[in-house]
Design a protein around this ligand. Structure first.
Ligand code: ADP
Ligand code: MG
Ligand code: ZN
Length: 473
């Protein structure tokens, strides 16, 4: 490859506030068209914005999760442009004084710098009805609070871009800032991309691919656009500064509008909204509500708990899972055994049924206790799996379930001896084969034993007694 890829991202994340940014309408996704609208978010003249402080708290959390500087002074500006999904003809955003600046996240040992995070409002949605030949406007989304996260052009491949967006999405979810559902549009990504020869010192002309809404599209759009720009330069043409739309079906980009010059949005401070002022105390208070983030959890799991990296990564893939694990090991700190029970048995049940952690009918402490029962030999490993299934389906305490179902290992020697005598008497053929040196039938006889005694005997004891009986025959 002759050319280096240079990528900067602009990520839009909808904030998880109950109401909109500048009015009291519900910010919830969906619902009938124009049912979550008031004169304010419909852009009627003469209405005044009431700012939702919740948006500031969430934006600060995003800043903290992405290692940003939190600015104690930030200002809302009007970004003026006309489009039918924007009834006021200006979007309230932050321009010169954004709420967060200078962040970063490290991916695979490389630092990707974040230039800024600012708060803004979302626009409405246009529905194009080709049959009737009309376009309809739905303003339910109009005024929903967003943050925009803008990176420096530090990303150099499609894979790195995907990894970055994944990390951002995960951190925002952990911090409760955004649900990051790309399929519902609560997280969307614009990709700025240019190419340059490896020995060049200046960036090439960039294009901007708008509104990518899946990880797959981000990767495909970058790969396509990289090739398109290479082909242009190779054939002696120039890349034009353009805004592009990525067509998912064709896997190609197409110009939306040309952008030879910088936009002229005529930003100016919105005189109806006071500046956002934060004190150190405010910021500390918000900091105190932040959960431990995934990278710190991975470090704790691998370094302090000695879990394999892959297991640690899987545990943190969802905050609820990681929280569940943390609660369980507080009760019984057998890190590896609890992790195995969670990652193998519990995840299997969750995947099979499509249920989520929050819907579980048992507590982390109960799972911990189950692992302990198995470790201490009160129940066998196999019985533990059966107990988990019962807990999963009906809830309940592991010890009670074990008792009710006769899973407690009692090792009633008399009973085991009696059963062994019966089994050997009932299976003369197997016994003969064993005597002739077939080890395979031993397993069969063990199986017959457990069928009769159930899970209350320990495999070691049964094995010993069966061996003794066979050699005495
Ligand atoms: P604008 O105000 O036109 O949107 P910005 O300077 O805010 O421009 O940059 C927008 C995004 O474009 C940022 O993510 C930035 O990292 C990225 N970017 C800037 N220059 C380039 C370039 N030459 N190639 C790729 N990305 C770039
Ligand atoms: Mg921009
Ligand atoms: Zn409203």
């Amino acid at each position: 490859m002759k050319y280096r890829t240079v990528i900067g991202l602009e990520i839009h994340a909808e904030l998880l506030t109950k109401s909109k940014a500048f009015c009291t309408c519900s910010a919830e996704f969906g619902g009938g068209e124009n049912t979550k609208v008031c004169p304010g978010c419909a852009g009627f003249p003469g209405t005044l914005p009431i700012f939702n402080q919740g948006a500031v708290t969430l934006a600060v959390k995003a800043g903290l999760a992405l290692n940003c500087q939190i600015n104690k002074y930030s200002v809302f500006d009007r970004k003026n442009y006309f489009y039918p999904d924007l009834p006021s003809a200006y979007q309230i955003s932050q321009y010169e004084y954004p709420i967060c600046t200078n962040g970063y996240i490290d991916i695979g040992g490389k630092r990707i710098r974040i230039n800024r995070i600012h708060i803004e409002e979302d626009a409405g949605k246009l529905v194009h009805d080709d049959l009737e030949g009309v376009s309809l406007a739905d303003y339910n989304r109009s005024g929903v609070p967003l943050i925009e996260i803008v990176t420096e052009p530090d990303i150099s491949s499609a894979e790195e871009a995907r990894e970055f967006v994944e990390q951002v999405a995960q951190r925002l979810k952990y911090a409760g800032v955004c649900d990051a559902k790309m399929e519902e549009g609560s997280l969307r990504c614009d990709v700025n991309i240019s190419i340059m020869p490896y020995d060049a010192t200046e960036f090439g002309t960039r294009t901007e691919i708008k509104n990518l809404n899946s990880f797959k599209s981000i990767v495909r759009a970058i790969e396509y656009e990289y090739q398109r720009q290479c082909d242009l330069l190779e054939s002696g043409k120039k890349v034009i500064r353009q805004t592009l739309h990525f067509n998912e079906n064709h896997g190609t980009t197409k110009p939306l509008r040309s952008k030879e010059e910088a936009h002229d949005y005529r930003y100016f401070p919105d005189a109806d909204i006071p500046a956002v002022l934060l004190t150190d105390e405010d910021i500390e208070k918000i900091k105190a509500t932040m959960p431990e983030l995934p990278d710190s959890r991975i470090k704790r799991y691998t370094e302090e708990y000695s879990l394999p990296f892959a297991d640690a990564k899987l545990l943190v893939s969802e905050k609820a899972l990681s929280d569940f694990y943390d609660e369980a090991v507080k009760v019984y700190p057998a890190y590896k055994q609890v992790s195995n029970m969670v990652l193998v048995e519990l995840l299997r049940r969750l995947n099979d049924t499509g249920a989520s952690i929050d819907e579980l009918k048992f507590t982390p402490a109960q799972l911990a206790e189950l692992v302990k029962l198995s470790d201490e030999g009160t129940v066998s490993k196999n019985a533990a799996k059966d107990i988990l299934l019962i807990m999963f389906e009906q809830g309940g305490h592991p010890l009670d379930i074990a008792e009710k179902n006769g899973f407690i290992i009692k090792d009633d020697i008399e009973l085991i001896e009696k059963t062994a005598d019966e089994i050997l008497a009932e299976n003369p053929k197997a016994v003969a084969e064993y005597k002739e040196g077939s080890q395979k039938v031993f397993g069969f006889l063990m199986g017959q034993m457990f069928k009769k005694i159930g899970k209350s005997a320990s495999p070691q004891t049964v094995k010993e007694i069966l061996n003794k009986k066979l050699s005495n025959l």
